[in-house]
Design a binder for this molecule. Structure first.
Ligand code: TRP
Length: 331
């Protein structure tokens, strides 16, 4: 039997290069070796976007289009809509009994995210999303969870919860492991630590060629460099981080770095090459996305078929969980 993977994304907008380098590229490769479940985590998105349901609704389709466009294959793998399998909610509630309040309050990723809201805006569902995420992972009994670096505390929590359940209520869950992608975190085009929709510093997989070129032209680069003949800084320079991440020609990149350091190539030229490489990467993705946009029936079928396969497994897991807790046998 192939080992299982579960991973997912929150449907809050179209996907960008950060998602590609940090997750999607890796997921596409893993599909052949593992039985994969790719989750559209709409419960999780509702936890902090309950006032913008149209956005979530739109984004479920956007994310699915992006997944199909990068060649996640709904026949090899299962695309799953979280809320179509309410067993997610049931398992999250039950696992919540195994997690103490301070344990959750210490979660560094959650802490950071909550810091971005006013305290009175943090919903209970948002606060408990790491527990819900543990349920996502454990419901199909996943062995491996490919995620970005920021998600590691959630995987650690999942491992603890699974171990605690197994010891007290019966061996139900494998202890899952995290798998971090090639580029754990991609900087934004403005040089901020993370590419994200909310920071408005992203290049989207669906951006047309001209938009990509224009965004690269405006990209933050070495601020100490005034003239193209000044020696430039490569380390920490987003333009070179992107070249490292996306230019498949390593020799081209190392030559550019050398010339940049010496002051024999300007930002305009380096950015021109970067834009070209990004567009080469994105063009086939844009093309496949356009073709799926013409076939909403395929998008729908991908979601419904994958969800159906997952649901059968989820029902079986929940039988074991209820039995372990004796909640199916009161009378
Ligand atoms: N929290 C993840 C993110 O924001 C999305 C997610 C939901 C997820 N459930 C998951 C990731 C389960 C891995 C496993 O990207």
């Amino acid at each position: 039997m192939r080992r299982r993977i579960l991973t997912g994304m929150r449907p809050t907008g179209a996907l960008h290069l950060g998602h590609y380098a940090g997750a999607l590229e890796n997921w596409v490769r893993l599909q052949d070796e593992y039985e994969c479940f790719f989750l559209i985590a709409d419960y999780q998105a509702l936890g902090d976007h309950i006032d913008d349901i149209p956005r979530i609704r739109r984004s479920v389709v956007e994310v699915t289009l992006d997944w199909l466009a990068v060649r996640l294959d709904p026949e090899k793998s299962s695309f799953v809509v979280q809320s179509y399998v309410p067993e997610h909610a049931e398992l999250a509630l039950l696992l919540g009994t195994l997690v103490s309040l301070p344990r959750l309050q210490r979660n560094p990723t959650l802490k950071g995210e909550m810091g971005q809201f006013k305290a009175q805006e943090v919903t209970v569902t948002f606060f408990t999303y790491p527990v819900s995420q543990a349920a996502d992972i454990l419901l199909p009994k996943a062995h491996l969870v490919p995620v970005g670096e920021d998600q590691l505390p959630h995987i650690e929590l999942t491992r603890e919860v699974a171990g605690r359940f197994n010891r007290s209520y019966g061996e139900v869950f494998p202890i899952p492991e995290a798998l971090v992608g090639r580029v754990p975190r991609l900087v934004g085009i403005d040089g901020q630590a993370k590419m994200s929709k909310s920071l408005d510093n992203a290049i989207y997989l669906s951006d047309p060629e001209e938009v990509v070129t224009e965004k690269v032209r405006r990209m933050y680069t070495d601020p100490t460099r005034i003239h193209p003949t000044d020696p430039g800084h490569v380390e920490g320079n987003p333009v070179f981080m992107y070249l490292d991440a996306f230019d498949p020609h390593a020799d081209e990149v190392s030559e550019l770095k050398e010339r940049y350091r010496k002051g024999t190539v300007g930002d305009v030229e380096v950015k021109r090459i970067l834009a070209q490489r990004l567009n080469e990467l994105l063009e086939p993705i844009r093309e496949r996305r356009r073709s799926y946009e013409q076939h909403p029936d395929l998008v729908r079928e991908a979601l419904l078929e994958g969800t159906k396969r997952h649901k059968a497994i989820a029902e079986e897991t929940m039988r074991e969980v209820r039995d372990g807790l004796h909640i199916s046998q009161y009378v």
